[in-house]
Ligand binder design. Structure first.
Ligand code: FES
Length: 82
C-alpha cells in the first residue's frame, strides 16, 4: 500500500515515512500523525476550531481522512513548523 512522506518545511527534512495499512484509511490525518508520534499541534481535539493542525498550507488534518491522500498527486504531508 501507499507510503506517505512527512516533510518538515522548517527543517527541510523528511521527518518520517509512513506505510499505510488498510485500517489507517478511515482515520483522520491528524490521528495518523498522532499514532506515529509526529508532533502535530492541536488544541481543539479535532473540532476544526483551533486551526493548529494545518498541513500542506491550508488543509485541516483533523477534517481530512487518510484515504483522501490516495487521491493526491504525491503523498506528501508538509508541516510548516517541523
Ligand atoms: S485540531 Fe483544531 S482545527 Fe484541527
Amino acid at each position: 500500500m501507499l507510503t506517505v512522506v512527512i516533510y518538515g518545511e522548517a527543517s527541510k527534512k523528511v521527518i518520517k515515512e509512513i506505510s499505510l495499512h488498510e485500517d489507517d484509511l478511515s482515520k483522520t490525518i491528524l490521528e495518523l500523525l498522532q499514532d506515529h508520534k509526529i508532533p502535530i499541534a492541536s488544541s481543539c481535539m479535532g473540532e476544526g476550531v483551533c486551526k493548529k493542525c494545518v498541513i500542506n498550507d491550508n488543509i485541516l488534518s483533523c477534517f481530512k481522512l487518510v484515504k483522501d491522500i490516495t487521491k493526491w498527486e504525491s503523498p506528501i504531508i508538509r508541516i510548516s513548523y517541523l
